[in-house]
Design a protein around this ligand. Structure first.
Ligand SMILES: CC(C)(CO)[C@@H](O)C(=O)NCCC(=O)N/C=C\S
Length: 200
């Protein structure tokens, strides 16, 4: 449809953290790139998440903590986490590990990813997909912190029960990639509608 060609590319920011579920990042990027209109995708990775995929093999920009300091050296220089919160139309943190869940629930911002979240514009959707071992997931603090994030306005994409990285089977596995993609697609449908209206 002609109008679809005119639709601007939605900006999707993926946040990934130190859960083994970050092995799914390459697949998540690939599936999101199939959306129509084709989105622009950037990734913000914590240091620990980098253990689980090959940063140099991805065909999108993967920002890490060092990029924050490499892009700023004097006043007036762009501040990366502020640039990213302005650039994004939607953010999905997948996987959200137990450590970063706790940081966000307490307003900690000690790396690029948590600084973007700490500066987030709540007019834009922010979704999170927890992923951790069942023993961590069942700790009462997990539900407390997830509930707090939902009260703040972030959208949970709940864990599922399946075989975990350690061989156990149980809750704590990250939602399937296709579930993540449809959640992003849904959040963008209102975005596309809004943008479409201004084009009229
Ligand atoms: C890793 C993956 C994506 C494989 O399908 C799935 O098991 C998952 O999300 N696991 C949650 C994280 C985990 O396992 N934690 C570590 C110790 S058990």
């Amino acid at each position: 449809m002609a109008s679809e060609k005119l639709m601007p590319a939605p900006h999707i920011l993926i946040g990934c953290t130190g859960s083994v579920a970050s092995i799914k990042i390459p697949m998540l990027i690939e599936c999101l790139q199939q959306l129509n209109p084709k989105p622009e995708i950037k990734v913000v990775s914590t240091q620990h998440a980098l253990h689980f995929f090959r940063k140099e093999e991805q065909n999108v920009i993967i920002y890490t903590d060092s990029d924050e300091w490499e892009t700023w050296s004097s006043m007036q220089d762009p501040v990366l986490h502020i640039e990213l919160r302005k650039w994004a139309d939607v953010m999905i943190i997948a996987p959200l590990d137990a450590n970063t869940l706790a940081k966000i629930a307490n307003g900690l911002c000690d790396n690029l990813l948590t600084c973007v979240v700490r500066a987030w514009d709540f007019h834009k959707p922010l979704m999170f997909a927890p992923a951790m071992n069942t023993c961590m997931y069942e700790h009462p603090i997990t539900a407390t912190q997830i509930d707090l994030l939902k009260k703040l306005g972030y959208k949970e994409i709940p864990c599922i029960s399946k075989k975990l990285a350690c061989g156990d089977t149980g809750f704590g596995a990250m939602a399937e990639v296709l579930t993540l993609v449809s959640a992003v697609e849904q959040s963008l449908s209102s975005f596309n509608k809004n943008v479409g209206n201004t084009n009229l």
